[in-house]
Design a protein around this ligand. Sequence first.
Ligand code: SAM
Ligand code: SF4
Ligand code: F3S
Length: 443
Amino acid sequence: MEKKVFIKTFGCQMNEYDSNRIYDSISKIGYHKSEDQNNVDCYILNTCHIRDKAKEKVFHEIGRIKEIYREKTKPVMIIAGCVAQAENQEVLNRDPYVDIVIGPQSYHKLNDILKNHIKKKKIEETEFDSVSKFRYYDGIENKNNKVSAYLTIQEGCDKFCHFCVVPYTRGPEYSRPFNQIINEAEQLVKNGVKEITLLGQNVNAYSFNENSKAYKLSDLINHLEKFSEIKRIRYTTSHPKDMTDDLIECYKKNKKLMPFVHLPIQSGSDRILKLMNRKHKVEDYLDIYYKIKKLNPEVEFSSDFIIGYPGETEKDFSETMALLEEIRFVNSFSFIFSPRPGTTAANLEIVDKEISKKRLIIIQEKLFKNQKVLNKSMEDKNIEVLVENKMTDQNKLFGRNRYLSAVIFEGNKNNIGNLVDVKINKSNQNTLFGEVGKSMKAA
Ligand code: SAM
Ligand code: SF4
Ligand code: F3S
């Protein structure tokens, strides 16, 4: 009998990719993706542990699901993702509603666990086994047929920034075999995908050796560039330390690589970068910035900033603000430092909360202003947009420009999957609004 499964996904793009792969895989044992979370046989929460009260959010979600199913048969309740990995015992023991706890590197075992699942018997699976996970995924077709799709090429992290939980939740760095990634990209292309975003916690640390050739991220980009069906290539998230010259060169010669680099710096103060164990200085970052800008002035940078890292003084913060004067970051993220259990910075004395909040407001004002200025500069111009879908309940189309900004516009739905010229009439901080101009070929 056909069963239904719903996955609620939190966190980063890697979780989104995993959720899609779980859907691809779980259909083999008769569970089919449901859009209606109120009526399923299996409910999966794919969780994130990066900041704040991640664990409490999970228990809150479980409470919400319990309420939905109060008068119905309880679904098999699975907690997956980074909270499952980091807080496995507590998640399993604290709420009897949870049946299975499974970490991100064990999804290849999920079908067998589900098949053998006996009511009231709880299961925990949190081994780090990326090799088996991807070997298993390689045998299962990637059915993603959206215009823009993620493709994980690397998982895990060996860098151990002192604030970050990822090395503990995703395990050591692992790079997938080059050919397997290309095979999966071919499947996506066959499904109609036009934009591929290569993913990894340290995507530019991608390194795979075979027959005495060392494949890097630039090799993947160069290879994907040759697929005529692929119109755009992106990658995220990269680390300044792994921004090698071969990758930088791609911004000159690769027409399909978008001129948008998401390169987190976290702080503009060398002292704080050292305390964070970031293994690079502000100068190294500026070096990368100017090298890329010289090769291709159209490239824009975005970044992540942590505000109020333990020990951050007014001087450190003013250095971050000075960096924002030098680089006009767009589309960036900024968060107040959140102590994560098990990390080196977990027990350090935190900066006064009110001070951190004030600093966050200051930096966000600046970042949001940059964003508004960039978006405003596109008004009355024709910009290239990859059309992704029709807006729900609206007669408008949704797409993204080269810098990943959302574009909502009037146009023909036959344009979905195409690059089109959109004349921008209006903008705000987050979105550009316009109407379709003449049709464009892939750049
Ligand atoms: N690997 C990427 C890098 O090294 O830049 C970042 C990956 S992490 C999933 C995404 C962002 O979350 C980080 O760049 C950082 O700004 C933020 N982050 C991670 N841990 C944090 C913490 N404890 N408190 C606040 N923000 C945090
Ligand atoms: Fe976390 Fe640092 Fe690894 Fe990025 S490089 S995932 S911030 S430990
Ligand atoms: Fe969150 Fe795990 Fe991604 S902690 S940001 S879901 S790697």
